[in-house]
Design a protein around this ligand. Structure first.
Ligand code: HEC
Length: 171
């Protein structure tokens, strides 16, 4: 009797799940509100902080060369979604949900090991791509170094560091 009850409730749970999945009740559109299970960002923070504990950082991380390289890579690969001081996110990136945070805000933590892992592995079910297939680890470390060292950077300093100064004239 007890076993039958367990089987019956298991069947009920599975069919219920399938009905839910295929009925369209759960909409996958970016516009629809997210199902509030655990927000992607909180899941991310927990798993990244855990994995970052055992990670060996490069010995020389925040060197002038690395910061320049990271700034340039950031301008070329990330500003389109995340924006930077003096450079707004693209219009389509402004419609993303969850929305790409301003990574250069002064109050951010930007722990280098956590930045490295997030950039390399991306964030599931969000627009954040895994750059591990796109950039070598050394370049991802320079991005992590830049994001940590340059929190709160001013627009002109970012332009100078990333080599994106105002267009040259008279040439
Ligand atoms: C196509 C858009 C897109 C691009 C390009 C992109 N990101 Fe993201 N990124 C996102 C979104 C969306 C999130 C938010 C994910 C979330 O809320 O969990 C995110 C999250 C992150 C986070 C975690 C934020 C946090 O609060 O801890 C980091 C770090 C990050 N991105 C770094 C980068 C870097 C560095 C690049 C360039 C190499 C980059 N991203 C390129 C869309 C993008």
């Amino acid at each position: 009797m007890r076993a039958a009850l367990i089987v019956a409730s298991a069947v009920f749970a599975v069919t219920g799940g399938l009905v839910f999945k295929y009925s369209g009740v759960y909409e996958a559109f970016a516009m629809s509100p997210q199902v509030p299970v655990v927000p992607a960002t909180r899941r991310l923070a927990q798993s990244v902080a855990y994995q970052a504990q055992g990670l060996q950082l490069p010995l020389e991380l925040e060197t002038p060369n690395n910061l320049r390289s990271g700034a340039r890579l950031f301008r070329d690969n990330c500003v389109v979604c995340h924006g930077a001081p003096g450079m707004p996110r693209s219009e389509s990136a402004q419609q993303l949900q969850p929305s790409p945070p301003d990574l250069l805000r002064a109050g951010r933590r930007n722990d280098p090991a956590e930045m490295f892992l997030t950039i390399r592995n991306g964030v599931k079910t969000t627009a954040m791509p895994a750059f591990g297939e796109i950039l070598p680890d050394e370049e991802i470390w320079t991005l992590a170094a830049f994001l940590h060292a340059s929190r709160g950077i001013a627009a002109l300093d970012f332009q100078a560091l990333s080599g994106a100064g105002p267009a040259k004239t008279g040439g």
